[in-house]
Ligand binder design. Sequence first.
Ligand SMILES: Cc1ncc(COP(=O)(O)O)c(C=O)c1O
Length: 477
Amino acid sequence: MSEFVEQVELEHNHEFDGQIDREKLKTFIAQNRAKYIEARPKGFLKANGLGDNLNKDGGFFGGVPQHWMLDWPIPFPLFVDSAKGVKIKDIDGNELIDLCLGDTGAMFGHSPMATQKALNEAGENGLTSMLPSKYADFVGAKLAQIFGLPNWQLALTASDANRFALRIARLTTGRQKILVFDGCYHGAVDETTVCLDKNGKTIAKPSLWGSAFDPAINTYCVPFNDEIEIEGILSGQDVACIIMEPALTNCGIVPPMNGFLEFVIKCAKKYGTLVLMDETHTLSTGYGGYSKVHNLKPDLFVAGKAVAGGVPCAIWGFSDEIKDALEKGRANLPSGHSGIGTTLGGSLLQLSALKYSIECLLTPQTYEKMIESAKALEEELLKIINSLNLNWSIVRIGARLEIIFSKEIPKNADEMRAIFDYELEEALHLGLINHGFLVTPFHNMLLAGPDLNKENILQYSQAVQDIIKSILKNKGE
Ligand SMILES: Cc1ncc(COP(=O)(O)O)c(C=O)c1O
């Protein structure tokens, strides 16, 4: 999910503006919107409430609250008929190569065999019982082995896992405040829904609906990669936890500068603050996620979305020090509701899905395939950038990558906002769909699933090249 560059006034700084013909760009978008609609007569009817009464009967999914289904820069959403492996088919029979993969939920491909087995097994043997299943110890031990933390819990979503992990951080440190980075997204977790205003003040995201409290009250927001700001705040010794992605992936991809993550962890330790790595997206970095690949040792860890092959499931882990502090902390409290966990969390279904995911999906072999494909995508895109002499670059972290409309890679969300170009993004997005490729609507990010093949990659890059050529000033056709 992305902040979609919604909340802060934008000051564009397009180095490449001289290269793009804005008139051609507008015409391209208009033509491709028409093409999109023409190819989807059934989808058009559904989107306009004329299909199966979908919208008339209450606005299910097409309605406002699931805004990310409508946020795509396309005339109306793709109504999905089926999805398997790297392919997704809409109700009009249009088949697309899927490089969005449900914004990571289907990172290991749509309906992998392993997940089908888990679903069959759980379908036969029980879905939920409010009791641990026979796989609980296997799953716990394997998660410890893969991700490097000893203690594990389950939640239904990454949002929930973050909520519970933050609660534990507050309980064990006895502190109330948290620290997040500008441009972050950690799900529907109230206290993380903040950003920086133009004066560098932490404010609630202006787009937020119906908050029970002002999230800026207990949250410090700082620019990513800014060591001085971080130390300044942590030295006040009132921060329970830094919740962060190792690279921002929800305002475009903003990678950490050399040594930044090591600094954050060391500085947090110095001032008694815990570090929660939210690897819901960066699970795509490699086996064990970014933290494992880069030998980082966070105190708390969260991953959701893809971790159980697309079955609603998130994992959250913590250190033995936290476990000990937790035992002490809870000893002072009466028994009863802790605010941790939900009834369907840790269900038989989740444990079954996790078991098969651990055995067949979260493996070094799967990551090897995905990263090889992502590298090939990067190489092809770089060839286009070089041959057309574009002032663009590519950021890739493991199996995830995106085109940056600048030679300089942004160091924080503000720099990313400055190079954001909605029109250009829309053109690429729409054009790619009409060429048979679905990319993430936010920043046209790509995720290379294990089923992507060489032919898909070459066809994708040809499509990108054709689209860009048709909107350039000098090299247009
Ligand atoms: C880093 C990160 N954390 C948490 C979430 C929330 O995941 P969910 O919507 O599954 O709760 C997201 C969603 O995009 C995310 O990108």
